[in-house]
Every structure is written in C-alpha cells, then in structure tokens.
Design a protein around this ligand. Structure first.
Ligand SMILES: Cc1ncc(COP(=O)(O)O)c(C=O)c1O
Length: 389
C-alpha cells in the first residue's frame, strides 16, 4: 500500500509568485532573457547599519535559542513603533515576534478558527489567507475588492457577509496585489459591523510605510478595535529584509499565549541576531526607507501612465505597496494565458490576477520592485506582444 498525504495538506494552496519565478529561472537557464516583475520583494539591499547590527550580534554570540515570543528589546521597540504610527497604546507584552509576517497569517487562523467557522478575506488578496483558512477546516468567504473603489471593498458587501458564524475578518492595506488602500470612512463602517459579531480581525499592514500621498489608516486605531485585532507588520518590505525572516504583531491578550504556543511548536524562536538587526531597523535612521519609497514612487509614476498607453490595457494609480494591477479584460486573451505567454514569448515574468482569487480575473499583477530601466523594457515588450494579438 502507498502511504498517503493528510487531507489538510492537500487543501493548502500556494503562492503563484514562487511558481512563476521557478519557471522564469528555468527559461533563463536555457539562455533566455527574462525581466522579473513577478516577485514581491524590494530590489534594494538591507540598510547597512541594520545588516551590521545583525553581524555584530552574531559576533557577540547571539546565535542560540531565545524567548519564543521575542526578545524583550525587540518587543519594546515594536510596541513603540506600532503605538507611534497607529496612535494607540500598545503594551510590549502584547507584541509577538515571528519568522516573518507570514506565520501570523497561518497561526492567527489556526488559533481562532475551525470547521463551521467562516473567515472573510480580500479577493483578490494574498493567496496565503485562503490557503490557511482551508487548512484549518474553516470556510473561506471572499470579500470582493472593487476596482471602481480603488480596489477597496464596499462596506455594504462586508455587512452582508458578516454573521454569527464569522470568526475572523482579514483586511490588508496597502494591498497586495492591487496597491489599494482602505478609506477611513469604510474602516469605520466595517468596524461598527464587525463589533456586532464574534469575529476577530487580522489587519495585515506589512506595506504600511510604502504609501504615496495617501493615508493608509489602520482599523486597530479605531476605538475598541485593538482588543479584537491582530495588528501585523514586518521588516521584509519596509527594510528590504525578506531573507531575515522577521515580523511582529500586536495581539489581543487572549491570543498571546496561543500564538506563542504555535511558535514554540514550530520554529521555537526567531534567531536572536535577526531580532537585534530588527531593533536597529526600527530605532536607527530611517533614510533608507524614505529613499526606497521615493524610488518606488518614481517607478509607479512611470509605469502606470505607460501601461495606460497600451491599447486594451487600463491601470488605476495604486496608493501604496509596489504593485500595479492593470485591467486587461478588453484584450482578446484570458489574463492567465496572457501572463503565461508574456513569459514564454516576450520574456516578461508577471502574475495573472487569478493567482490572487477569482476576483483578480481580467487583471495582471506587476511588481515594480525592479529598476526603471527594466520597467521601460517590460512595457515595450508587453506593448509589442499585445499589439500582435
Ligand atoms: C500582504 C502580505 N502579507 C504578508 C507577506 C509576508 O511577508 P513576510 O516576508 O514578512 O513573511 C507578504 C509578502 O509578500 C504580503 O504581500
């Protein structure tokens, strides 16, 4: 008899970006030239003072097991940073540190949801939300993001989806894959509706520092909401630290122990030298962040108008993150086929909107965490390919 795989694992989804990256690398191995616009990570180095803090910590012997919930010094720095930026008091005891923001997506779902529960999450949205919900046995309930609302949700639709069965509502702004943000009035209406249910909130704010002249308010800042909200932030995007695997969240008191137990059962702790680099990132000079965001803005300001000059392509201006989400529904080809063929025939790696849920249909996701030169070339390759359809 063949041994089998657990059904829960069969229900896990994956991240399209990693699959397309693998295909792109395979093409490159055959000598093809590929422009990478698929992966969501800053194309900048970790700021030198942050990297040096990590190296100094390794030299000082910070290479052993440490506290599961995080080093007190990082929990304090993260609490101060969250409190300052979101305008709410946050106790370091309520801050938990993990190997990236991602574990919080998974562990918050596992700590709060099970069969019979419903979880509302953005669609299109980061694919791990739906994947984690399916793994837990809970029912995923997609909340459509509307292009005509700048890729935010319609609060009336959220009100309709909320019920006694809703155990968790996941929000994300600035948003992956659309770059959308949520207006304060919509958050207020959402908060009022959520408070009438037994739902926790997970607000994924890993792109909170990457905005362009717009506010990306947090639901955790609204009166009474912090007590039911996991407020998630991280280092990957803000400080170009994707490989350090470091993230943190302010969590309600009742969830500190469940989340800590999930961490001790899986990774034990985050390497202390990475955490000490995180302290340097939060407390040190912020010039590198400011410069990176300014560069992302230059690229956005080139990319979005350029995409709009391609017949059949429409792209709204994203308010944050480093993604454009052009609408290609007027082209005579499905978005997933278009994405495949752009890679195979034009050497441009990007993602179909359908990698982010059914509501991503008719769109592409372009990560502009790539040089202006690459973006210019990519636009011309897309224009040429689309023009020949
Ligand atoms: C919306 C969103 N949340 C979480 C993550 C994961 O970030 P981390 O590298 O901190 O685990 C990503 C990464 O792409 C993301 O786009």
């Amino acid at each position: 008899m063949r041994p089998s795989i657990a059904p829960a694992v069969e229900r896990l989804g994956t991240e399209g970006a990693f699959a397309v990256l693998a295909r792109a690398r395979a093409l490159e191995a055959t000598g093809r030239d590929v422009i990478h616009l698929e992966i969501g990570e800053p194309d900048f180095e970790t700021p030198p003072h942050v990297a040096e803090a990590g190296i100094a910590a390794i030299r000082a012997g910070e290479t052993h097991y440490c506290q599961t919930a995080g080093l007190p010094v990082l929990r304090e720095a993260a609490a101060a940073s969250l409190a300052d930026s979101r305008g709410v008091a946050i106790d370091p005891e309520n801050v938990v540190v993990a190997t990236g923001a991602k574990p919080f997506l998974f562990f918050t779902v596992l700590a709060t949801c099970g069969p019979g529960d419903e979880v509302i999450y953005p669609d299109p949205g980061f694919p791990i939300y739906e994947s984690a919900v399916r793994f837990s046995g809970a029912t995923p309930v997609p909340l459509p993001l509307r292009e005509d609302r700048g890729f935010s949700f319609d609060p009336a639709e959220l009100e309709e989806l909320l019920s006694e069965r809703t155990r968790l509502v996941i929000l994300n702004a600035p948003q992956n894959p659309t770059g959308g943000v949520i207006a304060q009035v919509d958050l207020e209406r959402a908060a009022a509706a959520i408070e009438r249910t037994p739902a926790w909130v997970l607000t994924d704010e890993v792109y909170s520092r990457i905005t362009y002249d717009v506010d990306a308010p947090s639901i955790a800042s609204l009166p009474g909401l912090l007590e039911r909200t996991v407020l998630l932030d991280g280092f990957s995007k803000t400080f170009a630290m994707t490989g350090w695997r470091l993230g943190y969240a302010a969590v309600p008191a009742e969830l500190v122990d469940p989340l800590t137990r999930l961490i001790v059962n899986s990774t034990s702790c985050v390497p202390p030298f990475a955490q000490l680099a995180g302290v340097a990132a939060l407390e040190g000079p912020q010039d590198a962040v400011v410069e990176m965001v300014a560069e992302f803005r230059r690229r956005r300001d080139f990319l979005v108008p350029a995409l709009n000059t391609i017949p059949g392509v429409r792209c709204i201006e994203p308010g944050g993150a480093f993604y454009a989400f052009p609408n290609v529904s007027e082209l005579p080809i499905r978005a997933d086929e278009l994405a495949d063929r752009l890679l195979d025939e034009a050497g441009v790696a990007l993602l179909s909107g359908t990698s982010f849920g059914a509501n991503g249909n008719g769109h592409l996701r372009i990560s502009y965490a790539s040089s202006l030169e690459n973006l210019e070339q990519a636009v011309e390759r897309i224009r040429g390919f689309v023009g020949a359809l």
